[in-house]
Structures are given as structure tokens and as C-alpha cells.
Design a protein around this ligand. Structure first.
Ligand code: GLY
Length: 359
């Protein structure tokens, strides 16, 4: 088991990464005054791990109130949040009681948002079960819901009291979901910690076979990379932007697919190749970096090209992005592990990089 400290101004906590943690009380934090745990999960994850989590919570004297939401991105909405507020109030959630998010990024963001806002904030624990949530979404306190016009447009920062990451839960992910999570692992490898890219390149077989020891190591290293960044830039005014590598085009593609096409990880994989092409076009990154992206992402079974995209349509969606600031800005790599926020990127360069994504 690895313990990773996270020390943002909004409250320090630990990420614990290991095997068999979901059913054990040992890693739960102290929660003075708490009597109930409101366990938010989708029906699939509740069926798989709800009982184990409730057993662990009972071990520290908390009675579990299960709150089940429908699986899928559509649950990350104000409507579902409203249903949860209603349940918290009718089932007498008090200020010291805890909301526990058991599941992937959708449940973590939704439950965290509800915890951030119910009674102006109640304690919150993350039990991430998807690879994406384990390496990224569960750490750093970004919580929120989507609006019809875009993802994560309503939200807050609300740090969890602890993140308990059981890599054994990765065994039950579908192949597609697992590989989508690997896109976020690759993102950390390309943009933040080159040793993770080396692991992808040298231990690929074990990684895609989900070797549990290797996963524990990789997830812990990704968590540590993220913990370092959010500890120093909780509110996303500086280095935290580097975690959005590949996400500008990624988010645009997800939106253009109406969230029913490419998964988040698949869209981010395409977005990283696009960013590498854009960096090469602008003379910021070596063109050899494009081939390194293509090799790594193909080996992880992720897409690295796109259909012919209409640059005007893509640019219009990008202008709606939260990251847009009076001009197109992208996280681009000078080299592996050397990200840079590049402002005022010419639209013509974006169009050329999009063109290169086709075929
Ligand atoms: N997933 C990006 C961030 O947490 O800032």
C-alpha cells in the first residue's frame, strides 16, 4: 500500500493506493461526529462493491445509506444533484456526516459537488473504481456537474478527506473503459512524469494484461504526480493546466459526438496527437514526438487519428471551452515532461494540425 500526501490550501489529505482496500476499515479517516455515510454509486458499481464499502464503513461505526444513481454521464446533472439533496435532507444527513463517492469520474464529480454544496459543505471521501478516476479525477477536489451547453460548467473545489484507491477494482472494468483510463496514464507520462511513459513503452504487456502489482505502482506514481501539482496550484491558476494536455480538442470531440461517441480517454488520446502535431507545426516540439505519441497510443489500443473534421466547427466548440481566454490556448510539449501553455495559437495552425489528423 502506498500513501501519497496531498497538501492544497483547501485541506490536506492522503491518497492511499493498494489492493483489497475497499472492504477494509483500516484506511478510512477519522470523522469526528459522523454517524452516517451516504454512499453514492451507480447501480453497476453498487452491485459490485457496495457491500464491501458498507462493511468497511460499519467497521468505523458508520451506518451506510446507499444512494444509487443511473450509470452514465447523464447523471452528472443538476437534476440528479437535486434528487441527492432531497435524499440527504429526508434521510437526515447532518453536517458531520460523510458523503462517500464509490465509482468512476461521474459519481466522484457528482457526489463531490453535492457534498460541497449541501449545508455549505459536508465531509467527503473518494473511493475511485475506474482507472480514470484513480489516476486523475478523484484527486484535487474538482467537483461539478454538466449543463446542456458543456461539461463541468457548474462546480466547485471541495477536497476529499481521503482518497482510497483499490486497484483490485480495475479487474472488473470493461476493456474499453480500462483502455480509456490508460489515456490519462499516457497523459501523465507525456506531460508530467516521463518515467511513466517509459513504463508504458517497456512494460506494455503487463500493463494491458492488468498486472495488479504493476497497476498499483503506475496508479500510485500518477497519483503522486497529480498530488504534487494540485498541492501547489489547487485553484488551477498555473501548473494545474498541464493536466489538461490533450483535453482542448478532446473535450471538443466529446461535445461534437454528443457524448455518445468517443469516450473521454479516446477523445483525449486523439487530442494529445493533435497537440503534438500542433507543437511540431509551431516549431515548439520535435516532429519525432508525434511518432512517439502514435506508437504509445496505438500500443495501448487507443485512437490516434480522426475523421475529416471541419476546422470551423471544431474552433467554434473550442471557443466555448472553459480554458478559452480571448484566444486559443493549448498545453503543448517542448519535449516529454516539458509542458508549456501556449497562448494566441493561430487558427490556421489549428486547421493544419486537424487536417494532419485525417488519414
Ligand atoms: N483533471 C484536471 C484537473 O484535475 O485539474
Amino acid at each position: 500500500m502506498r500513501t501519497i500526501p496531498v497538501t492544497p490550501a483547501g485541506g490536506a489529505y492522503e491518497v492511499r493506493v493498494g489492493r483489497g482496500l475497499l472492504g477494509s476499515s483500516q484506511d478510512l479517516p477519522e470523522l469526528p461526529g459522523a454517524e452516517k455515510a451516504f454512499l453514492v454509486a451507480d447501480a453497476n458499481v453498487a452491485g459490485l462493491y457496495g457491500e464491501a464499502a458498507a462493511r468497511a464503513l460499519a467497521g468505523v461505526g458508520l451506518s451506510t445509506v446507499p444512494l444509487t444513481v443511473p450509470p452514465g454521464e447523464a447523471s452528472k446533472s443538476l437534476d440528479t444533484a437535486q434528487v441527492l439533496y432531497q435524499q440527504l435532507s429526508t434521510q437526515e444527513c447532518h453536517r458531520d456526516d460523510v458523503v462517500v463517492a464509490l465509482g468512476g469520474g461521474v459519481v466522484g464529480d457528482l457526489a463531490g459537488f453535492v457534498a460541497a454544496t449541501y449545508m455549505r459543505g459536508v465531509p467527503f471521501i473518494q473511493l475511485p473504481t475506474s482507472l480514470l478516476a484513480q489516476v486523475d479525477a478523484s484527486i484535487g477536489g474538482k467537483v461539478g456537474v454538466n449543463l446542456p451547453r458543456g461539461k463541468n460548467l457548474v462546480g466547485s473545489f471541495h477536497q476529499p478527506r481521503r482518497v482510497i484507491t483499490d486497484v483490485d477494482a480495475l479487474a472488473t472494468l470493461s476493456e474499453r473503459e480500462f483502455r480509456s483510463g490508460l489515456a490519462e496514464v499516457a497523459k501523465v507520462g507525456f506531460a508530467i512524469d516521463p518515467s511513466i511513459l517509459q513504463t508504458i513503452e517497456t512494460a506494455l504487456g503487463d500493463l494491458v494484461q492488468r498486472d495488479a502489482d504493476l497497476l498499483e505502482d503506475v496508479v500510485a506514481r500518477c497519483a503522486a504526480a497529480k498530488a504534487g501539482i494540485v498541492s501547489e496550484d489547487e485553484r488551477d491558476h498555473g501548473r494545474r493546466a498541464f493536466l489538461n494536455y490533450g483535453h482542448t480538442l478532446g473535450h471538443a470531440l466529446e461535445g461534437m459526438d454528443a457524448y455518445r461517441g468517443r469516450s473521454h480517454g479516446e477523445a483525449v488520446a486523439v487530442g494529445m496527437v493533435f497537440a503534438a502535431r500542433l507543437a511540431a507545426d509551431l516549431g515548439i516540439g520535435d516532429p519525432a514526438l508525434v511518432s512517439r505519441h502514435l506508437r504509445a497510443l496505438a500500443s495501448l489500443g487507443l485512437p490516434h487519428g480522426a475523421e475529416a473534421l471541419d476546422p470551423e466547427q471544431v474552433l467554434e466548440v473550442m471557443r466555448m471551452d472553459k480554458k478559452y481566454r480571448q484566444g486559443l490556448r493549448f498545453v503543448l510539449l517542448e519535449d516529454v515532461g516539458r509542458p508549456r501553455l501556449v497562448e494566441d495559437v493561430p487558427e490556421a495552425a489549428v486547421a493544419r494540425a486537424l487536417e494532419a489528423m485525417h488519414g
